[in-house]
Design a protein around this ligand. Structure first.
Ligand code: DAH
Length: 338
């Protein structure tokens, strides 16, 4: 019987060594030490031994049980630790590694805005800010846009209340400046403007303008044209030029639309300029006498010019963007190109 026990212990230990999962060992434990396990059966057989041998053999069986329980238990512990380690390693997140982070960039529209601001600041303009949520007083009344003007229609303007709107133009900033500062004035005011347009390839309900205003004694349209010609050269190329076309804005008199020679074809005519050689970049004019006097500036003493640049349009021209919606979408594939 003793030999049988020794053999069983040996063969069980070999199985323990070979086992590769905790489950295998729990099964082995049942097989050898369980209720009908091999060692348990041997223990039951003790009763058939001569009485004198029973305690000795009983001791051997017990020692074998203790030794096997210990061996199985420690191998299970070892395997469980190993399994846990493998799991932890495979699910590991190393929060200290950050070299995969992508660097951000300036949005093309902001890059153009900064380029424009730098140009005007280098010409001695100050940069002002003006509210996006504006009153009809600053956005319309003070800019000589009467109550029955179509720009005040619901389909053009986002109304918050009857008298509070989202500004439709940065021109409201002209009035806010002239109320506070007396000439000489040389300011720009860049920012977002809003019109209740359905978004399509040429319209977005939010877009960006850069307003400019110069008021002093003896300011003429020649000053406006000279400054805008330098602006076009700064933006597009040394060979760029501008042309004025008569237009109408209630807050300027006379008013003009300003075209720059097409930067893509140099004025020869291409699909960007629709064969004309020119592209419209802004509206401008001499500040209307009514606007000046409304702000307490004597129009017999002072004159001024004003202009409003469409920044989205300039960005589109510079980068060949043919859908106005795309710069607002935040699509990483678009932004990565700049
Ligand atoms: N505010 C005009 C617009 O949104 C643009 C504009 C035209 C601004 C003439 C001016 C200007 O300052 O003189 O269409």
């Amino acid at each position: 019987m003793k030999q049988k026990i020794v053999d069983l212990v040996e063969s069980t230990k070999a199985k323990i060594d070979k086992a590769i999962s905790a489950k295998e060992l729990t099964d082995l434990k049942v097989e050898v030490l369980g209720k009908s396990g091999e060692l348990t059966l041997i223990l039951r057989g003790l009763k058939d031994l001569p009485e004198a041998d029973r305690p000795i053999m009983g001791k051997v069986v017990n020692e074998a049980r203790v030794a096997l329980e210990k061996a199985i238990g420690s191998k299970i512990g070892e395997l469980e630790r190993k399994e846990l380690n493998e799991k932890l390693m495979s699910e590991r997140i190393d929060i200290t590694i950050d070299n995969k982070r992508e660097l951000g960039k300036i949005h093309p529209l902001n890059a153009i805005k900064r380029k424009a601001i730098n140009f005007f600041v280098s010409m001695g303009f100050i940069v002002t800010d003006s509210p996006e949520i504006e009153t009809t007083y600053y956005n319309f009344d003070m800019l000589n846009i009467p109550f029955d003007h179509p720009a005040r229609e619901m389909q053009d303007t986002f109304f918050v209340t009857d008298k509070i709107i989202l500004r439709t133009q940065t021109s409201s900033g002209q009035v806010r400046t002239m109320e506070k500062v007396k000439p000489p004035i040389k300011m720009i005011s860049p920012g977002r403007v809003f019109r209740s347009d359905e978004a399509d390839a040429t319209h977005t309900p939010c877009f960006h303008q850069l307003e400019g205003l110069v008021v002093d004694k003896g300011i003429t349209m020649c000053d406006l044209k000279g400054m805008l010609a330098s602006f076009a050269k700064h933006f597009f190329s040394e060979n760029s030029s501008v042309r004025f076309r008569p237009s109408h804005f209630p807050f300027t008199e006379p008013s003009v639309e300003v075209d720059a020679s097409c930067p893509h074809c140099g004025g020869k005519g291409c699909n960007v300029c629709k064969g004309t050689g020119w592209i419209e970049i802004l509206g401008a004019g001499m500040v209307n006498r009514r606007v000046l006097s409304g702000c307490g500036i004597d129009p017999d003493v002072y004159t001024g010019f004003a202009f409003g640049v469409g920044l989205d349009r300039i960005t589109a021209i510079c980068h060949g963007i043919n859908d106005a919606r795309v710069p607002f979408e935040g699509d990483i594939r678009f932004l990565k190109q700049f």
